[in-house]
Design a protein around this ligand. Sequence first.
Ligand code: ADP
Ligand code: MG
Ligand code: MG
Length: 350
Amino acid sequence: TKVQVGLLFGGNSGEHEVSITSARAIIKALTCGSNMNKYDVKPFYIQKNGVWQTGEIPQQVLDSGFALQSQSSQVWNFPSTASDMDVWFPVVHGPNGEDGTIQGLLTLMQVPFVGSGVLGSAVGMDKIAMKTAFAQAGLPQVKYMTITQSNIGSNPCILPKLYDDIDKNLGYPCFVKPANLGSSVGITKVYERQGLKPALNKAASYNHRIIIEAGVIARELECAILGNANPRASVIGEINYNSEFYDYEAKYTYGHSQLIIPAKIDDIINQKVQKMALQAFAAVNALGLSRVDFFYLEDTKDILINEINTLPGFSPFSMYPQLWAHSGVAFPELLDILIQLALEKEFASK
Ligand code: ADP
Ligand code: MG
Ligand code: MG
């Protein structure tokens, strides 16, 4: 009998559309070739308002590629067919998907799922927790400062002392980021002190945990990780873009950025990046898959870790599958491995 795969996509985050694109590719690759005889895929769609849909609506979204919102139900619901799944494949990016929330639900359901569990997902998604874990593991990072609710009080932006500290410790340009997002949402590159206030306000509108980093001039390298207890690292890719930084538009507008795989870097850099990516994966307790992103400062040959993404973009053109394709693992095989890793993880955790 075939393995019943629950493909969970959409979600109430800014990366809803990205998730639809990923899910379309995944369902196609799981229903063809040798995967066809192995897996039976049922799509579950989480609307932007958080309502779960099963049956015809997910299929319509997958066919059209466009988000749908049915008017009828407005409360969170759990489709009864959800309990028939043997394994879940969540491809929901950002808050309420990549941050441990869905992973907690699936854990309670006692059904295996692809990717990191609650801890790895939550630590990976929160940039402050992530950086703390990386620092503990001895991974080099850019200089940074954090602001949390306790420093902010009722007004995050009347903070001359904070501005002084940023001037002194980080300088300009610096990057102001909400701690809990992805796809560059809510991030501002700040060029002078006057720019701090609007940048902090913007970040605060997304999350009360904010991170401020010294800006570096660097090449951006990415490495894909696959596995549970003994994960492996892919070839290294590089991102090129023609904007001030790798912002939302550069990420998702066709032609605004290019992936270069493999990155044109020395062997030594290559090996260092792979090693650091594996260390980062372990540092946050990730499982299954992750994409680990780096800054490479060519002049000094320093490699700084930027972040880990425990549920990276998953269209066939996304960096994660591309890195594996260039490492000898084609897209359908990659999905097969990820599902097998999910099933194996369930045994491992017992
Ligand atoms: P996200 O999780 O939203 O992708 P990142 O922390 O990766 O957020 O930042 C998005 C992009 O912003 C990076 O890919 C890079 O181009 C730029 N960036 C972020 N932080 C820095 C920094 N400290 N120095 C230089 N560029 C940065
Ligand atoms: Mg990210
Ligand atoms: Mg990033």
